[in-house]
Every structure is written in C-alpha cells, then in structure tokens.
Design a protein around this ligand. Structure first.
Ligand code: NDP
Length: 504
C-alpha cells in the first residue's frame, strides 16, 4: 500500500509544471484581439497558478495608452477574482510607439531595464509577436539593431504568430531575417493546435500502449479522416482572411501538424528535436500534389448564405462586399509514400460556417477478411474505427461490433468512449497557457521547427500557385452544411464516406 501511495505522489510531483525563471513578457500588438482574448488571460492563469512570480508584462503598440489605461482594460476584460486581477495588473505596463521608429526601441530598452530591477526579472525576455505579420520584419530588425536579441547569460526568445509567411518564398525570407539576429533555439513558431491536450495525447496514446502500434499501418488501416470544422464565419477578421484563405489558415499549419502526429514513427525520445526529426520524415514522404491532377485531390469551396441553429447567415461574398475566389473550405485526399502508410488515403476536410464546430481524427480500420456471421446476418460488417476527438468534449472512441442481446446472432455497433471530463479532475488549460509556459521554460517540443515549417509550405505552395495561375473550380456550399457536394464525391468515388456527424 505504502509503495502505491509513494508512487502516486511521485507521479503527481513529476506531472507538476516546473516554475520558469523570472522574466519579462513583451507583447507587440498588445492592444489587439489575440492579446486580450488569449494571451493576457493565459498569462493571468499562469500567475494564478503561481507559475509566474517575478515577472512583468510590457504591452507595446501604436495606440496611445498609458499603463493605467492598459491596466483598466485588463481589469474590465478578465472575469476572475477581482483582488487577484488587481495584484496581477501591478505587473503590467504599456509602451506606445511606431514599429519603424528607433525611438520606440530606445524607450523599450530603457523600460526593460527599469522593469527588470523593479520585478527582479533578471534580464530574461520573452517577446510575443501579436501584430499583423507585415510588421514582423521591422520589429526583428530593430530588436537586432538595439541588441535586444542578445542573451549574454539570460534568455531572449521570440514567439512568432501565424501566418509564418504567405508561401514558401516569404516564409523562407522571414526565417532568413530572423536568423540574422537569432539562433533557432530563440525562435518559437507557434501553432496553438499543438498546445491542445488531446493533440498532445496522440503521442501518449500511440506510444504508451502496446495495443495500437502493431495495427497502426497499411495492413490494418483502410484510411484516415480528419475533419476540422467551424460553425463561425470569418467574423471580424475579413481583411486577414481575404488575403489568406483556408488552405493557409488551417491546412498548412494546424492540420498538417495533426497529421504528422498521427503518422510519425516512434521518436527516439520526447526531446523536441527527436519529435521534429520524425515529423520532417512524414512531411517529406507526403506525395506532392501534381499541377495537372490537382482537382482530383483538392476541392475548394466557399460558403453561401444558409441557416445555422435557425439563424440565417450571410454568404462570404456578402460579408466581404465583393466578388472573390477566396476559399473558406478545402477537402484534400493525400498519401504518405512510406512503408507504414503505403496506399492508405488520408481524407481531410476543413471549413468555416459548417454545421458544427468540431475537430476529429478517425482511424478507420479494414474489414474483417471473412465474415462467419453472413448466414445469420447478411449485412456487411462495419469496420472498426478509432476516433480521436480534439474539440469539443475531448476524448477517444473505439467503435467495435458486438452481439445484440437476444436469441439470434445479430450484430450491433458498440461505442467504447472515453471523455476527458469523465476521468480526470482537471481545469481545462488553454493551449496558449501551455505554450507560453513552455516558451518561458525553453521547451520547443510543441513549437514548429524551421525545416518542418518549410516542408509544409513546400507541400501547399504548388496548390496556391495553381489556384492563382489557372482558373480552378470553386464550389459553393450553404452555411450550415458539411461543405460542397464535390467534397463528398472526393471520398465516395473511392467507395468510402465521411463520418456521419448528424447524430452526435
Ligand atoms: P489585430 O488586427 O487585432 O492587431 C493586433 C494589434 O496590432 C492591433 O491592436 C494594433 O495595435 C496593431 N496593428 C494593427 N494593424 C497594424 C499595422 N498595420 N501596423 C502596425 N500595427 C498594427 O490582430 P490579432 O490580435 O487578431 O492578431 C495578431 C496576430 O496573431 C496576427 O498575426 C494574427 O494572424 C495572429 N493570430 C490571431 C488570432 C486571433 O484569434 N486573433 C489567432 C491566431 C493567430 P496598435 O494600433 O496599438 O498598434
């Protein structure tokens, strides 16, 4: 009994997040949507959980805000214990200025020195780039010019928001500029999907259990499906989305990252580079999209008006206010040409204004080789599936066949379901909370390494070029549906179908 108790308490200790070294968190674009909706609440949670003790937050932006103004906005926004929020905002400051003006960085350096002393933050700096990407380069160049990138025994790290470039060429250019002043260990390319609990659990599930790995290959898996859907449209991010489109916004980063975790070989260890090395192998094995046959593998769509939860929603073009070919939906069929995945199709669909908000991966296994039940039950036995639910209601579901109770040998489908909320007593952690803590701790495992980012751009850039250079069909779908009919054809012509989300 004593042994078991000791083991449990040591596991709990091991599972505690370490406390990072003192540091300042400097947010460029701190007056914006991301900062108020995600970053500041996540940093507050770290403070509340006593992961941040000697620290300060310095918001930077063009807005003419005083420390007091910025603090008041935070006080209005954070819906937590007011006394605690008041203590938190004692650590918060704001600096106004233009990103291409030397004076901003002269003032920034001075303010950092003052705040380091005031908050015992050593001289550790975590810079968060939460501005539109067109100002990343002026900021990086000025940080370099004023030596704010230098470590000298302390740390200087940069979290760079997506989109990291707009295509392969611009991503490489941004990376080149970053590397003029920083080494790879200082660069944290964020993909918030990687901070989600269930996404991290994919590695644990695959490599901490013996039962999955022997069947995790082309011999037993018929195909893999990934659906990442949102019921929201572009909302207040029209300008951003119009220049980006869904392929860049979701597929190039979140979905490819998810796919690599499903497909990678066991890494030698959990060390960040070991995982990135395996991801690169997967990305390099993905069959490139051919210019001439692209339409057989990639379907793009755009939402028209339609009803979601009884409410009429506008079409994308009405929202943008002009004719546009920007895609709000993509469905893709792809192959990973390696030993494990030879011949196994991966079907992926993602879009805005679909029926439900949901992110799920389904591993659909092959049929049994021969049914001994066919005399009793002349219906085809449904194959087994393992469903990994990333959001909402995170968990796993194993879909099996079982005997329906009764005198006959009738089959019925059984869902063995595990939901996080039923098993673990935990307060869900926002992905940004996890990722900011990791950056403070210097752990790059859940961030994207430069070669991984480049390889994913290499994959999607030919698609983007084809869409830009040649008229490629854009299919329309009503808001509140599951996408254009052609996305069904993509999978049904292979004798398969999308998982049915109508009744779940
Ligand atoms: P915002 O459009 O809200 O911009 C953030 C801040 O940047 C603004 O408050 C503004 O502050 C400043 N800014 C705006 N335009 C310019 C400009 N042309 N030049 C210089 N500064 C400007 O962006 P978000 O907060 O939505 O996003 C920030 C970054 O995070 C973007 O790169 C975005 O792609 C990425 N991102 C955002 C997500 C979100 O949910 N919002 C999700 C994932 C990524 P000020 O006027 O004070 O300078």
């Amino acid at each position: 009994m004593g042994f078991v108790e000791n083991k449990i308490s040591s596991v709990i200790e091991l599972c505690e997040d370490p406390t990072p070294d003192p540091a300042g968190i400097i947010i460029f674009g701190a007056s914006g949507d991301l900062s108020f909706r995600k970053l500041i609440p996540s940093i507050f949670k770290l403070f509340k959980n006593r992961k941040l003790i000697n620290f300060y937050i310095l918001g930077v932006g063009r807005s003419n805000l005083s420390d007091k103004d910025f603090r008041e906005r935070i006080l209005e926004t954070l819906n937590f214990d007011r006394d605690l929020v008041k203590k938190f905002i004692d650590h918060v400051y704001f600096l106004s200025g233009n990103y291409d003006d030397d004076n901003l960085y002269i003032n920034l350096k001075e303010k950092i020195n003052i705040l380091n002393k005031k908050h015992n933050a050593k001289n550790n700096r975590l810079f968060y780039f939460a501005t539109p990407p067109n100002v990343y380069l002026p900021i990086i160049n000025h940080l370099g010019k004023f030596k704010l990138n230098e470590e000298n025994g302390n740390f200087a790290r940069m979290i760079i928001e997506k989109p990291f470039g707009n295509n392969l060429e611009s991503a490489k250019k941004l990376d080149y500029e970053l590397h003029k002043y920083l080494n790879e260990k200082q660069i944290y390319r964020i993909d918030h999907y990687l901070g989600k609990e269930t996404v991290q659990n994919i590695l644990m599930m695959r490599f901490a259990n013996i039962v999955f790995e022997p069947i995790w290959n082309y011999k037993y898996i018929d195909h893999v499906q990934i659906t990442v859907s949102e019921d929201l449209g572009v909302e207040n991010r029209i300008g951003y989305f119009e220049n980006t489109g869904l392929l860049r916004d979701m597929f190039q980063n979140h979905i490819l990252q998810l796919l690599t975790l499903i497909a990678i070989e066991p890494p030698a260890s959990l060390e960040a580079n070991m995982i990135h090395d395996e991801k690169i192998k997967v990305l390099k094995s993905i069959r490139p999209f051919e210019y001439d046959t692209l339409d057989e593998y990639v379907i793009r769509g755009q939402y028209t008006d339609g009803y979601i939860n009884g409410e009429l929603k506008k079409s994308y073009m009405e929202e943008v206010g002009k004719n546009t070919n920007t895609e709000t939906f993509v469905a893709v069929k792809m192959f990973i040409d390696n030993w494990r995945w030879s011949g196994v199709p991966f079907y992926i669909r993602s879009g805005k204004r679909l029926k439900k908000k949901l992110s799920e991966v389904s591993i659909v296994f092959k049929n049994v080789p021969h049914s001994i039940f066919s005399d009793f039950y002349p219906v085809k036995i449904e194959p087994n599936s393992l469903v990994i639910r990333i959001q909402p209601d995170e968990g796993f579901k194993l879909i099996l066949q079982a005997k329906q109770p009764g005198s006959k040998m009738c089959i019925n489908t059984l869902n063995m379901e595990f939901k996080y909320r039923n098993f673990f007593d935990y307060e869900p952690q926002d992905a940004y909370e996890r990722l900011i803590l990791d950056a403070l701790l210097g752990d790059q495992t859940l961030y994207v390494r430069n070669d991984v980012m480049e390889e994913s751009w290499k994959l999607v850039t030919p698609i983007l070029q084809r869409w830009e250079n040649e008229k490629s069909d854009l299919y329309y779908y009503p808001s509140g549906s599951w996408g254009p009919k052609e996305s069904y054809r993509l999978i049904e012509k292979d004798g398969r179908r999308w998982r049915d989300y109508e009744n779940i």
